[in-house]
Design a protein around this ligand. Structure first.
Ligand code: NDP
Ligand code: AKG
Length: 483
């Protein structure tokens, strides 16, 4: 198949409404590492400070812009994204390696997220309370947090920036976005769309570059009021420390997961296999909601392992732009190395590989979906987030043991159960300690109007998405009025 390679676009930083150049760096295609997808300009620390200053100057005017105008702008951003889904999805797929179908769904979700928050602006924004005193009433209003630093990872280059930037703007904040360097073309396109939406200069700024330089500059800036972060747990902890040390900023952290999918003896086997396959391997396992621990009751264990092994081996790994592929490449060479190291760790710990376990012979960062059996929950394989297409089966005797194992993790983002028992499903929803619980569905695949977040090492701060997002991006103000 011959494929036309589009010309290489250049993406610049957006500071106070101006496009700012810098050291040019290439981003390559993980499916064809020799192919440059785009170039982007790295911001200097002075550019980051200029972006933060511009955001600080622009924010009060944006917060007092009539709601109708704010709605119009957010709606325009969403509509523009939705009108360009195919083109933006191809770019995302070439840049990050996401399957084209998954990329279309993600870009669509980003567009819908902007439109959702446009319409949230017509919802009630405060509460009225009676006072215990005579001729007094009380109300709780919300004012914007102020200037928000947004630090995002590479695995959802459209959805995650959208679900942070859209509510931040909707509720009257100004934003400085620092995307992961691996996905700066997607961020650059988002910035171009926002810049063309009629948003006043300085309200949205884009600064690209590494976490250690550009990200750190945001964390240490005293003029930022809050940081919203998604990424690894170690980085998240560092973000928290820096936010406290530099101005006691508000922070919101969405971090890793080691999500359990419980399969009970009474499960419908075809549903169990479909959910395990989706949760463990789709998006190349690069989801914080991925199911990386499959906790399976003894009576169904062998049949489940047999069926899942066959289904895993049948998954076609290949070019993410090929509609027949079921798994694209791993997003970065470092991530591929980490995945393969964990496969060796799992083997050394005594678990058995029944599918995959190695990268493919193809050019590019491709890895076969890897399934371990005979795993124990105290193995590193079962305790540490791998963030690749690697999953393991842990055998248990009954419901109580399954719940105990599911909850025995430092993380707590998502969990699922496959069962035909209503009673087991209801008990699992009450007993699971994660922030998202699914029944007869994959642990991944959340919806934009519902709260997203977890507990333990997975999360810190208020939930993201839906109306819950307002809790991070606004500050409650209690007003007492005498008359
Ligand atoms: N929960 C999730 O959704 C995600 C979890 N992960 C987990 O994290 C692991 C590592 O992936 P990685 O991409 O390195 O994730 P990181 O946590 O390192 O990166 C997330 C974001 O934080 C930035 N960053 C990194 N260091 C700093 C810093 N000192 N100050 C401010 N910002 C910083 C990164 O910038 P840049 O990358 O440009 O340097 C990126 O924009 C994965 O293997 C996976 O386990 C990763 C991505 C998403
Ligand atoms: O499962 C989802 O819908 C979102 C997953 C996600 O946000 C993540 O992996 O970072």
């Amino acid at each position: 198949m011959t494929r036309r390679i589009p010309p290489v676009p250049h993406y610049l930083n957006l500071v106070d409404g101006r496009w700012v150049d810098g050291e040019r760096r290439p981003n390559t295609n993980p499916a064809r590492p020799g192919e440059v997808v785009a170039e982007y300009a790295r911001a200097e620390p002075a550019d980051v400070q200029a972006a933060v200053d511009a955001a600080g100057r622009a924010q009060p005017g944006w917060a007092s812009t009539p709601v109708g105008r704010r709605m119009e702008i957010l709606d325009r951003i969403g509509t523009t994204i939705l009108g360009r889904v195919e083109e933006l999805a191809v770019l995302l797929s070439r840049e990050e390696g996401k399957l084209l179908g998954e990329a279309r769904a993600e870009v669509t979700r980003a567009g819908q997220t902007f439109r959702y928050y446009a319409h949230q602006l017509l919802q009630p924004q405060g509460e009225l309370y009676p006072s215990t005193r005579e001729r007094v009433y009380a109300e709780v209003r919300r004012r914007p947090l102020g200037v928000v630093g947004v630090i995002t990872p590479w695995n959802y280059p459209w959805a995650i920036p959208a679900w942070k930037v859209a509510p931040a703007l909707a509720y009257g904040n100004a934003v400085v976005l620092k995307p992961a360097e691996l996905v700066t073309a997607s961020a650059g396109e988002l910035a171009r769309i926002i810049a063309g939406s009629g948003l006043p200069p300085g309200v949205f700024n884009l600064v690209m570059g590494s976490g250690r330089t550009v990200g750190e500059e945001l964390l240490t800036s005293a003029r930022i009021d809050g940081i919203t972060f998604t990424g690894g747990t170690a980085t998240g902890r560092h973000v928290a420390q820096q936010c406290i040390a530099h101005g006691n900023k508000r922070f919101q952290l969405e971090m890793g997961g080691k999500n359990p999918l419980v399969v009970l003896d009474d499960a419908d086997l075809s549903i169990a296999v479909r959910c395990a396959l989706d949760g463990s391997f789709f998006s190349t396992g690069q989801r914080c909601t991925a199911s990386s621990r499959l906790i399976v009751q003894a009576g169904v264990h062998d049949r489940f392992v047999d069926a899942l092994t066959k289904a895993t081996q049948a998954l076609r790994v290949g070019d993410p732009l090929d509609e027949h592929s079921r798994l694209g490449p791993v997003a970065s060479a470092d991530q591929l190395t980490q995945n393969l190291e964990y496969v060796e760790i799992g083997r050394r710990e005594g678990a058995t590989v029944v599918a995959g376990g190695q990268h493919t012979a193809d050019e590019g960062q491709f890895m076969r979906p890897t399934l371990f059996v005979d795993a124990r929950n105290d193995m590193r394989l079962a305790r540490e987030e791998i963030f690749g297409p690697v999953s393991c089966v842990i055998r248990v005797d009954g419901f109580d043991e399954a719940v105990g194992v599911a909850n025995d993790t430092p993380f707590g983002l998502s969990s699922g159960i496959i069962t035909t028992s209503l009673s087991a499903a209801e008990r699992f929803k009450s007993l699971s300690r994660s922030g998202i619980v699914t029944v007869n569905l994959s642990t991944a695949g959340t919806e934009l109007h519902l709260p997203f977040g977890g507990s333990g090492a997975s999360n810190h701060g208020p939930r993201e998405q839906g109306v819950y997002a307002r809790d991070f991006y606004t500050v409650p103000v209690t007003c007492y009025t005498g008359w």
